[in-house]
Design a protein around this ligand. Structure first.
Ligand code: NAP
Length: 280
């Protein structure tokens, strides 16, 4: 699928490395079919040593070398990187962006390039367990869509959505999602310590409860509400806990938080960087 082609990563930080690792682990491409550019030479030395990929500090060289160019910089670096790439892409190249909150139109216009994929991965990509939602401009041809699917599926699961509006929703639900899960885990561990467990044991109990519950729900054909009911005996301990979680508004708080992340993603996409979300 990538015969005689090179994938260029512009920005080789956490997500760039996760993607490189996924591509090589899944043997989608060989190390010499990847070039990574980053301003930090020590970072490039590490990537070269660890993965055997080509490296450069020059974004233009990376853009000209790759047939698939992955933008994995922070969104705030985009204006600086744009002139390095603009005018250096060939018509048949595919541009893939994982930049949170940057609309596909801004990328296509800014880079003067029609064939653009916009993707929203999440950090479990670092262990090959990410989930990425992506969309493409209508100019992205079928073979390029297959390439995008292979790249984005190499570090976890992937979902294609025709309409770009779902990218803001995915940003709020799955892109930001690990932060919600980590916060819930932290709260449960602290509650275990409050009860009297050592932090080490509380952490072990919470990690395996999370892991086991997710796996159980994924393997079960039952609705998650039914699985929850299975744990809830009449007049029992779970019923007591659930009463307080509902009374404290757990579901509404989660829903409000995710909605706020969605609204913020839409705002950032409109370029309203200085605005801050309502704290009410
Ligand atoms: N982390 C997440 O949860 C997550 C989830 C979904 C999507 N994303 C998106 O993924 C993108 C990358 O995030 P990340 O967490 O991987 O960030 P990161 O670790 O900071 O990686 C960005 C890399 O780009 C480099 N860079 C900075 N300026 C550059 C330039 N002018 N030219 C080339 N490279 C440059 C940075 O180098 P220096 O360190 O030297 O500045 C860094 O190595 C972001 O756009 C983010 O929105 C992140």
């Amino acid at each position: 699928m990538f015969e005689n082609q090179t994938i260029a990563f512009i920005g080789a930080g956490i997500m760039g490395e996760a993607m490189i690792r996924g591509l090589l682990t899944q043997e989608i491409v060989k190390p010499d079919q990847i070039i990574a550019s980053d301003p930090w030479p020590e970072r490039l030395e590490y990537l070269q040593g660890q993965y055997g990929v080509q490296t450069t500090t020059d974004n233009t060289i990376a853009a000209e070398t790759g047939q698939v160019i992955v933008l994995s910089i922070k969104p705030q670096s985009l204006d600086k990187v744009m002139p390095d790439v603009r005018g250096h892409l060939r018509r048949r190249d595919l541009l893939v962006s994982i930049l949170a909150g940057v609309p596909i139109r801004k990328l296509a216009d800014g880079m003067a390039h029609a064939s653009v994929v916009r993707a929203m991965p999440n950090t479990p990509a670092q262990i090959g367990q990410g989930i990425t939602v992506w969309t493409a401009t209508k100019e992205v041809e079928e073979s390029h869509k297959q390439q995008a699917q292979a790249i984005l599926g190499s570090f976890g699961d992937q979902v294609f959505m025709e309409d770009e509006r779902y990218l803001d929703m995915a940003t709020a639900l799955s892109g930001t999602g690990p932060a919600y899960v980590f916060m819930v885990m932290e709260a449960m561990i602290d509650a275990g310590v409050h009860l009297g467990f050592s932090r080490h044991i509380a952490t072990k109990l919470v990690f395996q409860t999370m892991r086991g519950s997710v796996e159980y729900a994924a393997q079960s054909s039952k609705h998650v509400a039914e699985l929850r009911n299975q744990v809830t005996s009449p007049g029992g301990t779970t019923a007591s806990a659930l009463y307080h979680l509902e009374k404290g508004g757990l579901r509404t708080v989660l829903s409000r938080g995710i909605w706020a992340a969605y609204e913020r993603s839409v705002e950032l996409g409109r370029g309203q960087k200085e605005d801050h979300p309502q704290q009410s």
